[in-house]
Write a protein that binds this ligand. Structure first.
Ligand code: SF4
Length: 103
């Protein structure tokens, strides 16, 4: 993963910056759901590599799975799968989800 520029902290890796964030899980109410599928589209499959928070994974049966804990709400998966409609994407309820810390 790339390095941030001086504005983000020279020499600080993206993973280290993401680790500074906090996340409040809304237990039992994930804000992103993948619709049942047998074979994922190319876009959905690509999310196992594209999601900056690593929320997507490939299950043993070849279906894409998500654990939305740690989602940074970037919207990449929403855009990538917009044409196929494979995911339901909502913002977390108020008070839940990512808490950004920029210090
Ligand atoms: S919104 Fe961004 S961080 Fe959240 S699951 Fe989708 S790609 Fe990952």
């Amino acid at each position: 993963m790339g390095e941030l520029n001086a504005a983000g902290g020279a020499g600080v890796k993206v993973e280290e910056k993401l680790f500074q964030n906090r996340y409040l899980v809304d237990a039992g109410r994930p804000h992103i759901r993948i619709k049942p599928h047998d074979t994922p589209s190319e876009g959905l499959l690509a999310m196992t590599h594209l999601c900056p928070a690593g929320c997507y994974s490939l299950g043993d049966g070849g279906q894409v799975e998500i654990s939305a804990d740690g989602c940074v709400e970037c919207g990449t998966c929403r855009i990538v799968t917009a044409a196929t409609g494979e995911i339901e994407w909502n913002y977390p309820r108020g008070g839940f989800g990512v808490l950004y810390k920029f210090g």
